[in-house]
Write a protein that binds this ligand. Structure first.
Ligand code: GLA
Length: 634
């Protein structure tokens, strides 16, 4: 049994870890344990009953509540903050009932209700026993007849064993330089990581790992977690003055408000967390397996070696230039040819065309079919770049629907890369995009789509939203994105999708339910890539990490080295093949053939980071097949 009820609470057990909580005498749902699995149910601690500490720290402040709401004398960062119609801003949650649902991934639902108002909260738990992970999310519902304003609804608060000596590991970065691994002591107070950019962002990622400072790659305790969401998110890591450490994850409450009308329910995105004694490497491998086994749409499908034309031809694509590249790529053993930006109506540079998703009549007078047929005849699949959420002012779409972009009517519309963001919270926008991308996929044998998003939000307005609060945009946009992507996936299950946002601006477990791969960074310089890939690999498995061999710094870096770095993930080529010498092309053919032989071990095996590029002149990564029969060492 992986979930069992105790007299006063519940224990959730995975392969080697356990998590428990229960009701204390005061009726508070208190966290009790998160760590290695214990032999008997009685071994798990009982919920504490605090008496508080002086007049300044009430009992609730000293109780590690499983899902604290802002109420009473608790001053910790709560998961829930709401205002009732009469102005009361205090949510007092009481336990109502709980049920366990057995199955492959057993679930526990714990129902709480406000002591006075018809407002209910359900905490959902799902146990991924084989992956040593607990998944959590919450639903909040209004059962009354007046609206309730939600100011914060987080997914989870993860409590660490008592102590204030933890170290926090997370990733930070920026465009061209994503995912740098950071490790620092977590001091008293609150450390916030977040995105206010409408996407997950290049800057931080909703992932954490905590340890006691002595853990390394191979051994030591790690408590780690993630949030599966592709929009504004917040991570709050708090250490109280009472040696209590907890990490909360959820929708960002910055510029957030959500009117929950009578009869409505809001469901948070899920957060997953795990515990291991096998160091940071062990934590990564649990996440890798979880992502491959349960999240990715194409699961463990091996990814083809692709060629992408972007760095070679930029916007200057046409049938001739692409065919020339495709012919060389095919000879080198490439299996998938992807035409990047520049192919659609009016797109000659980044000032025009976005929104008009049909082939440019000048560059492709006979449409895309002749090129695709040629690529297919060369034995390769064909893929295409799109940026569905964007529009240029100079486009037919914008001329017809200038009201479709995110904007405030009294403010100038800031353009970034000359583009504006279509409001994917709107159903008409979603349907328009579904229709246009669908047409492309119906008309052509396309097996790969790179879905890009090349700017962050500004003037986050949503006129005529039809809701009580236009700030719902932050959430509705992402739900709209998921709907568009999900609908297209369903209609075209053969397509492998890649999530790109100017590189790794949208890399998260929410988007990986739709996209099989992530374009990790626009920085393809192989030495820079080592650190980016090290950070990326903390969370994501190698099959999701697309990595191209390009001409960046080719004067200084051997082709072999550039290949080795890219072979650590899902191999792609992005160099200007017309400029590659014959010897380089045949060397590339050698590496591609070798990669095809070893890719099951890399893409689907266990990854071991042996030496970090952060503190060694040489970095080393190893991959082992699941049966330990084969390995690859870079
Ligand atoms: C973004 C992507 C690049 C390329 C360009 C095309 O920057 O990250 O790989 O597709 O857009 O405009």
């Amino acid at each position: 049994m992986t979930i069992f009820a105790l007299e006063q609470g519940w224990v959730l057990e995975t392969k080697s870890a356990a998590y428990s909580f229960g009701l204390n005498k005061a009726g508070l749902l208190a966290h009790t344990y998160w760590g290695k699995k214990l032999p008997y149910p009685e071994d798990y601690p009982q919920p504490i009953d605090s008496e508080g500490w002086a007049s300044f720290n009430g009992a609730a402040h000293l109780t590690p509540e499983e899902y604290p709401a802002y109420a009473g004398t608790s001053y910790i960062d709560p998961c829930l903050k709401a205002t009732f119609a009469d102005g009361v801003r205090d949510v007092v949650l009481r336990f109502e009932s709980a049920e366990i649902r057995e199955g492959n991934t057993p679930e526990l639902a714990v129902h709480l209700a406000d002591a006075y108002y018809p407002f209910k909260v359900t905490l959902h738990y799902r146990v991924h026993a084989a992956h040593d992970l607990i998944e959590r999310w919450a639903t909040v519902s209004n059962h009354g007849d007046t609206p309730i304003t939600l100011e914060r609804v987080w997914s989870a608060q993860w409590h660490l064993p008592s102590g204030d000596d933890y170290h926090l590991t997370h990733v930070t970065g920026r465009w061209l330089d994503e995912m740098h691994l950071r490790r620092e002591p977590l001091g008293h107070g609150i450390k916030i990581l977040e995105s206010r950019r409408l996407t997950t962002s290049h800057h931080h990622n909703p992932w954490f790992a905590l340890d006691h400072g002595q853990t390394n790659e191979d051994t030591g305790e790690v408590w780690f977690g993630i949030l599966a969401w592709s929009g504004n998110w917040k991570l709050s890591a708090e250490v109280t003055d009472f040696q209590s450490t907890r990490v909360s994850l959820g929708l960002n409450d910055w510029d957030f408000a959500w009117t929950l009308n009578p009869g409505e329910t809001l469901t948070t995105p899920p957060s997953c967390a795990g515990y291991t004694q096998d160091g940071f490497g062990g934590a990564s491998r649990l996440l890798h397996d979880y992502i491959r086994d349960t999240i990715l749409p194409h699961g463990k499908t091996l990814h083809k070696v692709l060629y992408n034309s972007w760095e070679a031809t930029l916007f200057d694509v046409d049938e001739h230039s692409q065919t020339e590249l495709a012919e060389i790529a095919a000879k080198m053993g490439v299996e998938l040819f992807v035409m990047d930006d520049g192919w659609f109506h009016g797109r000659n540079d980044d000032t025009s065309g976005l929104g008009d998703w049909w082939p440019d009549a000048v560059k492709f007078p006979h449409g895309l079919s002749p090129l695709i047929e040629r690529v297919n005849a060369l034995g390769m699949d064909f893929g295409l770049w799109v940026e569905p959420e964007m529009v240029n002012a100079n486009s037919d779409l914008y001329r017809a629907h200038s009201d479709w972009v995110i904007h405030f009517p009294t403010r100038a519309r800031i353009e970034a890369r000359n583009q504006m963001i279509l409001n994917f919270a709107r159903l008409d926008v979603q349907d328009y995009i579904i229709d246009h991308i669908d047409r492309l996929l119906v008309a052509h044998p396309i097996t790969f789509i790179k879905w890009d998003m090349n700017r962050n939000v500004s003037e986050p307005g949503w006129q005529d939203s039809g809701t009580d609060d236009a700030r719902q945009l932050w959430v509705r946009y992402v739900e709209g994105l998921y709907r568009v992507w999900g609908t297209l996936r369903e209609r075209h299950p053969q397509v492998i999708w890649q999530s790109c946002s100017g590189g790794g601006g949208r890399a998260d477990l929410g988007i990986l339910r739709y996209a099989d791969q992530i374009w990790v960074s626009d920085n393809t310089e192989a030495t820079a890539r080592l650190a980016i890939q090290e950070g990326f690999s903390q969370l994501f498995p190698a099959n999701t990490m697309e990595a191209w061999v390009t001409d960046a710094n080719a004067e200084a870096l051997s082709l072999a080295f550039r290949f080795h770095v890219s072979m650590c993930g899902s191999l792609g080529i992005g160099g200007h093949l017309l400029k590659w010498r014959e010897e380089e092309r045949s060397e590339a053919a050698y590496w591609i053939a070798l990669y095809k032989e070893i890719r099951p071990i890399i893409q689907l095996g266990d990854q071991y980071r042996l030496r970090s590029p952060q503190n060694h002149a040489f970095s080393a990564v190893q991959y082992m097949s699941k049966d330990r029969g084969e390995g690859v060492l870079f």
